[in-house]
Design a binder for this molecule. Structure first.
Ligand SMILES: NC(=O)c1ccc[n+]([C@@H]2O[C@H](COP(=O)([O-])OP(=O)(O)OC[C@H]3O[C@@H](n4cnc5c(N)ncnc54)[C@H](O)[C@@H]3O)[C@@H](O)[C@H]2O)c1
Length: 255
């Protein structure tokens, strides 16, 4: 139970990779604030955790937030503080909230560009800043921030000028966070998933999915649980000497 007595916040925790991360962190003993822009999804995540085992010695808090809105992010942290009063301090944060609004550059609207940057990049900034301030204030010395970037931040992708830019931004922001926060005992890393089976990639038409698999050494999309294993490792003290790292998890993808 490498995360026993730890409190974690996971954005985008209502579905997909974020949900799998919440479940894995809970398995490893953490209390988890499950945050997302759809409260019922977050509540469902908590239900799945409780269904797996009723005997967790930890608590779980579903909470609604739009990570791109600084007022809502402030309210998120107030809500976590009141829910977990007297419990462990927040020491792990996973930024998994994200969206796509794909279109070829020639057709992409300004609105689609702005929405993606606002949620994926600014949202990661706002949540990480609030969390880091709290960890420094409470002298947390084993803090960990894990940002879910994407292989597209490194390679780009058709139809994803906005998304690739947002994830490239998350990657460079992660490197800066690591430099600035290391002296406070807070680590910050980003993971770069390739194609993982979630509602986000369910939107890809089947023939295109089959084409993509040809570029993956393992010949398949990843599972959210496989990503969650890496995130839990980075959130825990098992990775105590890893910071400022951008880690691929893509089944051997090259295109
Ligand atoms: N699935 C993949 O292949 C893949 C690959 C690389 C990176 N990622 C990244 O992984 C993360 C999780 O994606 P996923 O694949 O699980 O898809 P998903 O759509 O299941 O998860 C995204 C989550 O973000 C939440 N969200 C969206 N806008 C929000 C907002 N404004 N405020 C708070 N929450 C918001 C959604 O409610 C949803 O729960 C995303 O950042 C995504 O960009 C996914």
């Amino acid at each position: 139970m490498s995360l026993a007595s730890r409190l974690a916040l996971v954005t985008g925790g209502g579905t997909g990779i974020g949900r799998a991360v919440c479940q894995q962190l809970a398995r490893e003993g953490a209390s988890v604030a499950v945050a997302g822009n759809n409260l019922s999804d977050c509540e469902e995540t908590v239900s799945t955790i409780r269904a797996e085992s009723g005997s967790f010695d930890a608590s779980f808090h579903p909470v609604e937030v739009d990570v791109s809105d600084s007022h809502q992010v402030s309210r998120l942290f107030s809500s976590i503080a009141s829910k977990f009063t007297g419990g462990p301090q927040l020491s792990a944060v996973v930024n998994a909230a994200g969206i796509t609004r794909d279109k070829n550059l020639l057709k992409m609207t300004e609105q689609a560009y702005d929405e993606v940057i606002k949620i994926n990049l600014k949202g990661t900034f706002l949540v990480s800043q609030a969390a880091a301030r709290l960890m420094v204030e409470h002298s947390v010395t084993n803090g960990s921030i894990v940002n879910i970037a994407s292989i597209t931040g490194k390679l780009g992708n058709f139809g994803q000028a906005n998304y690739s830019a947002s994830k490239g931004g998350v990657m460079s922001m992660t490197l800066t966070f690591a430099r600035e926060l290391g002296r406070h005992g807070i680590r910050c890393n980003a993971i770069l998933p390739g194609f993982i089976s979630t509602q986000m990639t369910d939107a890809i038409p089947e023939p295109v999915r089959e084409q993509i698999k040809q570029f993956v050494s393992l010949g398949r999309f990843g599972r959210p649980e496989e990503v969650a294993e890496l995130v839990a490792f980075l959130a825990s003290d098992r990775s105590s000497y890893i910071t400022g790292s951008l880690i691929d998890i893509n089944g051997g993808l090259s295109y």
